[in-house]
Design a binder for this molecule. Structure first.
Ligand SMILES: [Zn+2]
Length: 162
């Protein structure tokens, strides 16, 4: 019953992701962290949060504050890079309510539907950055657990004045 090992995320990479969360605030940011397949992550790839455009079929009308959507060129790049030398290892997004957790919507987006056999949508871990109007309060990393047949928290990170 061992939890998946967290991908190592250096503090400087984490701070770059925090800065992205701050620049998107009060909307959610999203993107991914990439690196050699065994880690650590070495780059931050930002995405346009398509949820903000309001044209996503499964969540139209839902403001960017409550969901993130990666699609279009970003989604093509994500799929392409998964087969490359520096694959996406962690998908990140932010929560402007200051709390780092995977919401029900986040879990749905990151999980294949049962008719596809379930399991994670992508072979990546999920980083959530919780920030308010003053600072990044906390961040947490989640991974797919075969034992739990769902996402489980595997690491927590201190916030920062960002
Ligand atoms: Zn979320």
């Amino acid at each position: 019953m061992s939890a998946p090992e967290p991908i190592h995320i250096d503090r400087d990479i984490l701070m770059l992701a925090y800065a992205e969360a701050r620049s998107a605030y009060p909307a959610e940011c999203c993107g991914w962290l990439a690196g050699p397949s065994e880690g650590p992550v070495t780059t931050v790839r930002t995405c346009a949060n398509q949820q903000a455009s309001g044209n996503h079929p499964t969540a139209a009308g839902r403001p960017a504050e409550t969901a993130y959507v990666i699609e279009g060129e970003d989604l093509m790049a994500l799929n392409h890079d998964l087969d490359g030398d520096m694959p996406p290892l962690v998908i990140y997004h932010s929560h402007p309510n200051g709390r780092a957790y995977l919401s029900d919507t986040d879990r749905t987006v990151a999980t294949n539907p049962p008719e596809w056999g379930g399991g994670p949508t992508y072979p990546v871990q999920q980083l959530v950055i919780g920030l308010d109007n003053q600072r990044v309060v906390e961040a947490a990393l989640f991974a797919w657990s075969i034992d739990e047949d769902g996402y489980t928290e595997i690491a927590r990170f201190e916030g920062a004045e960002v």
